[in-house]
Design a protein around this ligand. Structure first.
Ligand code: SAM
Length: 265
């Protein structure tokens, strides 16, 4: 898989934060990642799919040294245009295999590698997802953490989740989401139609589709194990709520063990 295979965010990069980054989730995500970083020990953080810097910029403002990787020049352009956005080193490429080189020429120096807002599921195949775990693990120093969020398949394929829904967006805009799932392929596609207010009155309409491959926690844990990582914690949301049978998604925190080859300890 190359960067050219990654989803194309060009058409809505300029509106991503308004349409897909509700402020409450942003604050909770930043708070949780900052807390995890304290437990992971010293070292920089790496965001896979850094996008507009919705999460990376507030983390950097807390003094976290942060790097990113993203396949979309349009999304990174949005990051660059924000205050502080020029200061974050970003590699353009596919995060399932690529990443920034460390100053010492090795790639094992990150305390935290994370991929959020459903971005891991944008990797379209099991192979690309397995590669992503291996890529993240290789960049973590011993004791470092790999964190991702994901929906639960049961929640995605339930009748309540399928079909049409209105998703809240900032600025009084209306986002209609229609989700189609293909259970045999473990794929779903979310079609978005956005009605944006024009300053001159009236509305503009935009349409986009994003495809995902979903995986159950057990499959993700196996990918982690293949990469030499082990599950440290699993939460039901970014506020750290317990993961229970009524959870619709999860935050999974994987750890690279202090000694090599001890993912089961
Ligand atoms: C849903 S956005 C999330 C952006 C940011 N992480 C956030 O939470 O606001 C997904 C981002 O990941 C990038 N992306 C998706 N798949 C990618 C891949 N395989 N390699 C590199 N970037 C990818 C997209 O270009 C986009 O910027």
């Amino acid at each position: 898989m190359t960067g050219a295979d990654a989803p194309d965010y060009t058409a809505f990069a300029a509106h991503y934060d308004e349409w897909f980054g509700p402020a409450a989730t942003t604050d909770d995500t930043v708070e949780a990642l900052a807390g995890l970083l304290k437990t992971a020990g010293p070292g920089p953080a790496l965001e896979l799919g850094i996008g507009t810097g919705r999460i990376a910029l507030p983390l950097a403002a807390r003094g976290v040294e942060i790097h990113g990787i993203d396949a979309s020049p349009a999304m990174v352009g949005q990051l660059r245009a924000k205050p502080g956005g020029q200061d974050i080193p970003v590699t353009l490429g596919n995060f399932s295999t690529a990443g920034p080189d460390a100053p010492d020429g090795t790639d094992t120096h990150y305390a935290l590698v994370y991929v959020v807002n459903g971005t891991f599921a944008e990797l379209p195949t099991q192979e690309a997802q397995v590669d992503c775990f291996a890529n993240a693990a290789r960049r973590l120093r011993a004791g470092g953490l790999f964190v991702l969020d994901a929906h639960l398949p049961e929640a995605l394929t339930s009748s309540a989740s399928s079909g049409g829904r209105v998703v809240p967006a900032e600025g009084g805009q209306l986002v209609l989401r229609y989700r189609e799932t293909d259970r045999a392929a473990q794929h779903y596609r979310s079609h978005y139609v956005v009605f944006a207010n024009r300053s001159t009155g009236g509305v503009d309409m935009h349409r986009t589709t994003v495809s995902f491959r979903y995986a159950a926690p057990g499959e993700l844990d196996l990918m982690a194990r293949m990469a030499g990582l082990r599950l440290r914690e699993r939460w039901g949301n970014w506020k750290g709520a317990p993961f229970t049978s009524s959870s619709t998604g999860h935050i999974s925190v994987y750890e690279r063990p202090a000694r090599e080859g001890n993912a089961d300890e």
